[in-house]
Design a protein around this ligand. Sequence first.
Ligand SMILES: [Cu+2]
Length: 146
Amino acid sequence: MWKKSIVLSLVVILLLAGCTPRAKGPEITIQDAWARPSAGADMNGAIYFRIMNDGDETDTLLGAETPSAQAAEVHESMADDNGVMSMKPRENIEIPAGGEVEFKPGGLHIMLVDLKKPLAVGDEVTLTLRFEKAGEIVQTVKVREP
Ligand SMILES: [Cu+2]
């Protein structure tokens, strides 16, 4: 009799362990990161990538840093009614649970302000992205042609 109840308890414990829903939080990964080569005397650069969130909680990109430039700023490019491109700083980019945000030419990008040296194809830039919940994610970014 007691053997049977022990076996039964074990089964119940295993079932509970397997079925209990647990919040796993945000799960952030950075994919397809690349930087464009700098052009002539223009000492600004730009980095693009996709941010994936495979978790079940929204996370927020707070900012970025790199040793390769004076500053790494989150910017968004946009065209006005006449097709003239401009860009402005953005703050707190939300990455929805199960979603992704793409940084791409003509849209969101990380602006490298005042590069310490020009970026040529094949160079590498270390980029640290700071998230509200996932913390800091360090990424090695290759410079390539768009
Ligand atoms: Cu910019």
